[in-house]
Design a binder for this molecule. Structure first.
Ligand code: FES
Ligand code: FES
Length: 164
């Protein structure tokens, strides 16, 4: 494809990145443009069921792939277990990391992941959150593992006293 860089015609071979296709062409805004170099996890989507950094994935490298973003997991009136657990455990603050976290947690649990917090931490490694301190995220994923939470109440995190 041809582009003009600083007034110069250039031919580039790399097709657009999946993150840019989703956000800029398709207006799918769940995947966030954070570091855009693979380091923060905010752009993570499922590609054929596997979590991938959409900022590093050329769309041309995954032809005919099935891409799932956080919007594809559920809607406000029909949230997935992981989405409900994040709400219940107040596991999102500014929310910038949340779509990627939920995608990664979903892949972890659908792969048979346990409620063990060390294992959850390992599954979410590379997902950066600047707000929560991570503990409520771990609580949410652990609870989603068994679906043992009640949306009509707000959870009192066992880690709350650590965080305050
Ligand atoms: S935006 Fe893709 S890993 Fe940070
Ligand atoms: S909730 Fe703000 S970055 Fe995680």
């Amino acid at each position: 494809m041809n582009i003009v860089v600083n007034g110069n015609n250039r031919t580039v071979e790399s097709p657009p990145l999946t993150l840019h296709v989703l956000r800029e062409e398709l207006d799918v805004l769940g995947p966030k443009a954070g570091c855009e170099n693979g380091g923060c996890g905010a752009c993570t989507v499922l590609i054929d069921g596997a979590p991938r950094r959409s900022c590093l994935t050329a769309v041309g490298s995954v032809p005919d792939a099935e891409v799932t973003t956080v919007e594809g997991l559920g809607a406000p009136e029909s949230m997935s277990d992981v989405q409900q657990a994040f709400v219940h455990y107040c596991a999102a603050q500014c929310g910038f990391c949340t779509p990627g976290m939920i995608i990664a947690a979903t892949a972890y649990l659908e792969g048979g992941g346990s409620a063990d917090r060390t294992e959850i931490s390992e599954a979410l490694a590379g997902h950066v959150c600047r707000c929560t301190g991570y503990l409520k995220i771990l609580d949410a994923v652990a609870a989603a593992r068994d679906g043992n939470f009640d949306l009509s109440t707000t959870a009192e995190s066992p880690h709350t006293t650590v965080l305050t």
